[in-house]
Design a protein around this ligand. Structure first.
Ligand SMILES: [Zn+2]
Length: 364
C-alpha cells in the first residue's frame, strides 16, 4: 500500500492543485471569489434582501448562539479532518525485529479450549505481512445458562500495549479452570487484535495504519477482520483494553453512556488498591476527569465526517450501548498495569451481570 515514504511537505505539495498561469486572469474577470474587498458589493440586491430577512427572523441572542454553534462545529470537523490528512500517508514503518512469539500464546489458548467445556477457541481471520502469518483468535466463553448478558472483550489493538493482552490471557486461563464459573456472562474475547504489532512491539498494523482510527475507512486487514466478525452481533457491554504512554494514572473512556456509575465504581476499585488515577479536569479535549473520559454521543455522529471513526465509536454506534476503554499508564511496572486491568474489568463485568431491573434503572 504505502510503499513510498512521503514527507509531510511532499503530501501537502501533492494535494495543492496545480494552477496554470492564465488561471488568475480568468478568475479576475468572472468570479466574485477573487475580489476579496468587493465581496459584498457583488451580491445581487435580491441575495442581500434574502440574507437580511433570514438574519432578522432570529433574535440577536439566538443569532449569536447559532453563529457560535456553527463556528464550533466547523472547527471540530476541521480539526478532525486535519488529523486525517496528516495520517493519510503513514510514514513507512522502520524495519521491525520480532520480539515476541505467538507459539506460547497458541499453546495456552489451545490448552484452555481443551480443558474446559465452557471455552471454544476459533480463528476469525489471518494477518499476513512479509515474513509473517498470524491468526486473530476469538475465545468464546459460555457458562451454558439461559438469559446471560453478552460481553465482548478486546485486547492488543496497539501491539506495544501489552498489559491488556497479558491480563486477558490470564483471564482465559482462569475461566478454563474455575468451577463454578467466576462470571455469569457470555463473553467473546479477542485477545490479540493486532498480532503482527504484538510480535514486533509496534502500535500499528504492518502497513503503518493505526487500526484504532480505521473504522470508517477500513484500510487495514485487522479492522476488516474485526468488522466481519462483528457483523450482526450485539453486546450488552464491550471492553477494549488499552494503554497510554503519556499519562501517569489509570483511566476509562466511555462512549455515549447515560451513566458513569459502573465506570466510577471501577475507578474507585483501582484507586482503593493504591494505584494512581489520571485526573486533569482543566485540560482541553478528551482528558480524564477523575479517571473518566465521557465521550458524548453527538461526537460519535461528527466523527465519521472526518473519516476516522475510532473502534470504540464504531462499536458504540453499531454493536453496544455500553462501550468502555480501559486504559493503564504504560510508564508503570507491567505487574501493576495487569493488576489495574484486572480490577477494572472484574468490576465492570460484575456491574453488567447485575439483575436486569437494577442494571436498567442505573443505565437511565
Ligand atoms: Zn494506544
Amino acid at each position: 500500500m504505502h510503499d513510498h515514504p512521503t514527507t509531510f511537505s511532499g503530501g501537502l505539495e501533492k494535494s495543492r492543485p496545480r494552477r496554470r498561469p492564465y488561471d488568475n486572469g480568468r478568475r479576475a474577470q468572472g468570479s466574485t471569489l477573487k475580489a476579496e474587498g468587493n465581496a459584498q458589493r457583488r451580491l445581487s440586491p435580491f441575495q442581500l434582501s434574502a440574507l437580511s430577512f433570514r438574519l432578522d427572523c432570529l433574535g440577536p441572542r439566538r443569532r449569536a448562539r447559532a453563529f457560535c454553534r456553527t463556528v464550533l462545529l466547523f472547527l471540530l470537523v476541521l480539526a478532525d479532518t486535519g488529523c486525517t490528512y496528516l495520517r493519510l500517508k503513514p510514514p513507512e514503518p522502520p524495519p521491525a525485529p520480532a520480539v515476541r512469539n505467538l507459539t506460547a500464546v497458541r499453546e495456552n489458548l489451545e490448552a484452555a479450549d481443551e480443558f474446559s467445556a465452557h471455552l471454544l477457541l476459533t480463528e476469525i481471520g489471518r494477518v499476513k505481512a512479509s515474513g509473517f502469518d498470524g491468526p486473530i483468535w476469538r475465545v468464546a466463553y459460555r457458562p451454558l445458562q439461559a438469559g446471560l448478558k453478552q460481553v465482548l472483550i478486546l485486547a492488543g489493538l496497539h501491539g506495544n500495549e501489552t498489559a491488556g493482552v497479558d491480563y486477558v490471557l490470564a483471564l482465559i486461563q482462569g475461566l478454563s479452570t474455575t468451577t463454578p464459573p467466576d462470571f455469569m456472562c457470555d463473553i467473546d474475547i479477542l485477545p490479540l487484535i493486532n498480532p503482527w504489532g504484538w510480535v514486533h512491539d509496534r502500535p500499528y498494523a504492518p502497513s503503518g495504519i493505526d487500526i484504532a482510527d480505521d473504522f470508517t475507512r477500513f484500510d487495514s486487514h485487522e479492522a476488516r477482520i474485526v468488522r466481519r466478525f462483528l457483523r450482526e452481533k450485539r453486546y450488552d457491554l464491550v471492553l477494549d483494553l488499552r494503554e497510554d504512554p503519556r499519562v501517569m494514572g489509570f483511566y476509562l473512556r466511555q462512549y455515549g453512556m447515560g451513566s458513569s456509575r459502573a465506570s466510577a465504581a471501577a475507578v474507585d476499585r483501582v484507586r482503593s488498591a493504591g494505584y494512581p488515577i489520571e485526573n486533569d479536569p482543566n485540560r482541553f479535549l478528551q482528558r480524564p476527569a477523575d479517571g473518566i473520559v465521557d465521550i458524548p454521543l453527538w461526537r460519535l455522529r461528527v466523527w465519521p465526517l472526518s473519516r476516522h471513526l475510532t473502534m470504540g465509536g464504531y462499536l458504540r454506534r453499531n454493536m453496544s450501548a455500553n462501550v468502555v476503554t480501559v486504559i493503564t499508564p504504560a510508564v508503570r511496572p507491567l505487574a501493576d498495569r495487569i493488576a489495574m486491568q484486572r480490577l477494572a474489568v472484574e468490576t465492570l463485568l460484575a456491574a453488567c451481570a447485575e439483575p436486569q431491573g437494577e442494571a436498567e434503572a442505573h443505565s437511565k
